[in-house]
Design a protein around this ligand. Structure first.
Ligand code: NAD
Length: 381
């Protein structure tokens, strides 16, 4: 464990995303927004900036960023979308692109995505197609966005067929993660983002999972250094995976989808609504991935029990039965899972585990096997 866990003078941490001409830095620190413009001017000389946010985040955090950009004469204006997954849609994307053009965004300018994963994915996508591609700086404000979605250049929107089925790879020029802004996040959203933090331990870093088992309360309570340590360790893990497999070609990047094939199906079933947040769906999905791995004799029941116990301890859901309202049938879930981008030749491709910290890609999951499993899980109370 590095010493950031206990240090009180944390300063700034810079993680290098070494992708040659598409390389950039992830900067993690406190109070970064009010001084952002100087950094941006030095990084992108000549560019002006349009800020995209949502109507929850804008009133809380746009002010210091806007003032900073105005001081340098670099502020083009802002576009504010409705909060929530529903904004990752063609109609909102179209309107956003037109607003950015109306603001005068030119080829050499830059879009700033100030918000959670929804704003990051949507604004990143808009930037990638506007004038055949303008630059984007990600300023993630949710825990999920700081540890995951703002890093790695995946952008996109949803359709009725499923999540993130339309999108691009468009690496940002900078990721500016100000951990101070997490203090305004609701506890439920923080907890949902924490599912992705735990995911890094479960997929490839067993010592980090042990640290989380021992320190999660400090991460939630923002005890000195603990929240920062969790954000940094997760961001480093994400960067490592993105650098190893930028466009999800070798399979390494697909490991980030631990729990996501199940989770995305559950989210689609719940209508991408407050009924089930992304992180909550992923939490149930990861528990299902562990249980399924045990059924296939890949993982010990003890490791699966530890993962489940940790989710329960932090208050994350682990069962399909806990989704409020009507429940999916096994057939519905399987149909939604079959929309997954990883489906190949009619077979499901799943991220499974050989234990805590040992995820791998399984290409041989038959629909029949999965139907039996889902029947049992849908009946589980
Ligand atoms: P989100 O963007 O909807 O944010 C969650 C909620 O918190 C929203 O209501 C938002 O307005 C609010 N919020 C955000 N920051 C806040 C702050 N500091 N204070 C107060 N409220 C704040 O959702 P999310 O969980 O951040 O992201 C989920 C999205 O990310 C999904 O669409 C998912 O598909 C996507 N995602 C993308 C990637 C990727 O690699 N591109 C990876 C993982 C997830």
């Amino acid at each position: 464990m590095d010493d950031t866990a206990t240090s009180t003078n944390l300063g700034e941490t810079t993680i290098d995303v070494a992708l040659a001409e598409r390389g950039y830095h992830v900067v993690i620190g406190e109070d970064l927004l009010a001084s952002a413009a100087g950094r941006l001017k030095a990084l992108l000389p000549g560019a002006r900036f349009a800020v995209v946010s949502d109507s929850n985040v804008a009133p809380l955090h746009m002010g210091p960023l806007k003032e900073s950009l105005e001081q340098y004469g670099l502020f083009l204006g802002s576009a504010v979308v409705a909060p929530g997954e529903a904004s990752k849609s063609f109609p909102v994307l179209a309107k956003l692109c037109e607003t950015l053009l109306d603001l005068g965004v030119e080829r050499g300018d830059c879009v700033i995505a100030l918000g959670g994963g929804v704003v990051g994915d949507l604004a990143g996508f808009a930037a990638s197609i506007l004038r055949r591609g303008v630059r984007v700086v990600q300023v993630p404000t949710s825990l999920l966005a700081q540890v995951d979605s703002a890093i790695g250049g995946k952008t996109g929107i949803d359709t009725s067929q499923g999540k993130n089925l339309i999108g691009t790879f468009h690496q940002p020029n900078l990721v500016l993660a100000d951990v101070d802004v997490l203090s305004t996040l609701s506890e439920r959203e923080f907890r949902a983002g924490y599912a992705e933090v735990a995911k890094y331990g479960l997929l490839g870093d067993a010592p980090f999972f042990v640290w989380l088992e021992q320190n999660w309360q400090g991460v939630f309570a923002d005890e000195t250094g603990k929240r920062r340590h969790a954000v940094e360790t997760s961001a480093r893990a994400k960067v490592g995976i993105v650098v190893a497999d930028e466009r999800e070609e070798s399979g390494t990047r697909a490991l980030l989808n631990l729990g996501h094939t199940f989770g995305h199906a559950l989210e689609a079933f719940a209508g991408y609504s407050d009924r089930l947040l992304h992180g909550e769906a992923i939490s149930i999905g990861m528990r299902l991935a562990f249980t399924y791995s045990v059924e296939r004799d890949l993982c010990t029941p003890d490791d699966a029990a530890r993962a489940e116990a940790h989710f329960k301890a932090v208050g994350l859901p682990t069962d399909i039965a806990t989704i409020p309202g009507d429940k999916p049938t096994p057939g519905e879930l399987l149909r939604l899972m079959a929309q997954d981008k990883k489906v190949a030749g009619g077979k499901l491709v799943l991220v499974l585990v050989k234990g805590i910290g040992q995820a791998f890609i399984e290409h041989d999951v038959s629909m029949e096997q999965m139907t039996d499993f889902l029947k049992r899980e849908c009946a589980r109370r």
